[in-house]
Design a binder for this molecule. Structure first.
Ligand SMILES: CC(=O)SCCNC(=O)CCNC(=O)[C@H](O)C(C)(C)COP(=O)(O)OP(=O)(O)OC[C@H]1O[C@@H](n2cnc3c(N)ncnc32)[C@H](O)[C@@H]1OP(=O)(O)O
Ligand SMILES: CC(=O)C(=O)O
Length: 522
């Protein structure tokens, strides 16, 4: 099984993505996570760029890494500077990283227009930078910036740049698709020539501007590249870098290369979520392999088939990357969705039972009215249990009143709710205020019930979303309220629909509380 070296540049190229700003602490935490995951090289940053990256290289030395080597990144020396006087080269050595990656120009257009030097001088800069660094660090990798665009314009010069790096002793030469515009057939054609002419180990560094970074990286590996550079979740400059969360499983599960241990591959989803969490980015549902929807099945036909053989609609076993199969509940469901979902609730239903058809009909009718159960599985579980006679009432509403009052233009409005509920033979009548009418109602309902059900104290409202369903009816429109609640262990979603926003919110709130009480009882 051929080993492929995974080179992660989330902390350097990933931090060049819009909206991403890692602190030193963030970078150290991601480093530890990537080490635990088994990444071979972690490009920690550009020490000559800013004090934060310089500090990172000081602090990262204190970590005990078991699997990864931290790499410092920078450019070849500046034109009109001697290599030993170049501030950037000096900071790379001062970073004390054992491996350094430098990028150099390989596109004649860039040499002429960005550096404004001769092509010969550029070759000298590459050679001098690498041979000097080789005297100070264990290994030097050469990122051949804009190599594919350079090759398209002037193949001989582009190849000469790689050969200058080879002659200088670069340990790995990495052609880069810096502008991300190269298509797979060109990657193949160009890499075939590179492989014939360059003897050092080769890598690939692809950007995703044509949405081809993953496939371009895989094509390069198939042709012989041994190092893949990319980022977790494809973070990176402009449209991002090659997404390691797709490349690694494709190489390992489908093509038989070895990137990480199989055990570590099962951490893929966790690593992906961790990096999103630190980056303050919402996890992308439809992200292949690691997204919540990557193995989620909605259509009845699909669910019916995966119950028989999961591989009918799943390209890999989700557990291999730490993900799992999910079944969604909607008006596209068939009986199989109901049966499979019920199994998740430990209820075994017979496909021919009239109850299954009853639940399905009810579900489709409610979805037609505007309910949506994909994000409100707790409400669906309650419906199912009501239909099967497995539900019990925990309280009955006698009535509520919500008052919203604004006394002066400049004063904030006041919201107050009073509620009367019956729990067994007791009647409880309470009032509460809130920062809005729904919050006041929520507070009043909990206050009334907590005396009987103290477990409700741990329930928190995490999210509250309102969606207008009947376009064109303005403030008289029907609305759907989706609530996400949680306690110290779980989160659950509930839904309500009405032309009255308080009523829709009430339905979702009651479901949330009933769900919690039902779970405690179970
Ligand atoms: C393809 C890539 O992603 S490469 C990585 C890109 N990442 C970054 O740029 C982030 C970090 N960068 C920085 O912090 C800053 O740009 C620094 C510290 C590196 C340089 O800052 P400054 O000295 O102010 O220069 P500035 O950013 O304006 O311009 C870049 C300079 O590097 C030169 N340069 C660009 N590529 C190379 C190279 N491969 N080798 C040598 N010099 C280079 C440019 O010609 C330009 O020089 P000039 O000012 O003489 O025209
Ligand atoms: C080096 C690099 O990040 C690039 O060429 O895209």
């Amino acid at each position: 099984m051929k080993q492929i070296e995974i080179y992660d540049t989330t902390l350097r190229d990933g931090s060049q993505a819009e909206d991403i700003a890692f602190s030193v602490e963030d970078k150290l935490r991601i480093t530890e996570k990537l080490d635990e995951f088994g990444i071979h090289y972690i490009e920690g940053g550009w020490p000559g760029s800013n004090p934060k990256d310089a500090e990172y290289f000081k602090k990262v030395r204190r970590l005990t890494l078991l699997n990864s080597v931290v790499v410092a990144f920078g450019s070849t020396h500046r034109p009109r500077h001697k290599v030993h006087d170049d501030a950037n080269i000096k900071t790379l050595i001062d970073s004390k990283a054992n491996i350094v990656t430098i990028f150099g120009k390989t596109w004649d257009f860039h040499v002429k227009e960005a550096l404004r030097i001769s092509l010969e001088e550029n070759l000298d800069i590459i050679y001098n930078s690498i041979s000097y660094l080789k005297k100070h660090v264990e290994k030097v990798f050469f990122d051949a910036e804009h190599f594919f665009d350079g090759y398209k314009d002037n193949p001989e010069f582009a190849i000469k740049c790689l050969l200058a790096a080879e002659d200088a002793g670069a340990d790995c030469i990495i052609p880069c698709d810096t502008n991300g515009g190269t298509l797979p057939h060109d990657i193949k054609r160009i890499m075939q020539d590179v492989i014939k002419r360059v003897k050092r180990p080769l890598g690939i560094h692809a950007h995703n501007d044509s949405e081809c970074a993953v496939v371009n990286s895989i094509v390069a590996v198939e042709l012989g590249a041994v190092q893949v550079q990319g980022t977790i979740n494809g973070l990176g400059e402009r449209c991002g870098n090659a997404n390691l969360c797709s490349i690694i499983p494709n190489l390992q599960i489908k093509l038989g290369y070895r990137c990480l241990s199989d055990e570590n591959l099962r951490k893929l989803r966790d690593v992906s979520r961790f990096v999103n969490e630190i980056s303050n980015i919402r996890h992308f549902k439809r992200q292949p392999f690691v997204g919540d929807s990557a193995f989620a099945h909605k259509g009845g036909i699909h669910v019916s088939a995966i119950r028989k053989r999961p591989e009918t609609y799943e390209h890999i076993k989700p557990e291999l990357v730490g993900n799992s199969t999910r079944v969604l509940i909607s008006d596209l469901a068939g009986k199989s969705n109901i049966i499979r979902k019920a199994e998740e609730f430990n209820i075994h239903l017979d496909a021919d039972s009239p109850q299954v058809q009853g639940v399905l009909d009810k579900l489709k009718d409610l979805e037609h009215q505007g309910f949506q159960f994909e994000g409100a599985e707790a409400s669906f579980e309650l419906i199912l249990k009501k239909e099967l006679g497995l539900h019990r009432r925990f309280f009955d509403l006698i009535g509520f009143r919500v008052i919203d009052e604004k006394r002066k233009e400049k004063e904030p409005p006041l919201s107050e709710a009073t509620i009367m509920v019956k729990v067994g033979k007791y009647i409880e009548h309470t009032a509460a205020t809130g920062n809005g009418p729904v919050n006041a109602l929520d507070n009043a309902l909990r206050k009334a019930l907590e005396k009987f059900y103290p477990e409700l104290k741990s329930v928190k409202l995490h999210d509250y979303k309102v969606r207008v369903l009947t376009a064109g009816k303005g403030t008289a429109a029907k609305v759907r309220v989706l609530i996400e609640s949680g306690d110290d262990r779980h989160k659950w979603g509930t839904v309500g629909v009405s032309e009255n926003i308080i009523e829709a919110s009430w339905q979702a709130l009651v479901d949330s509380i009933e769900y919690k009480l039902l779970k405690e009882k179970e």
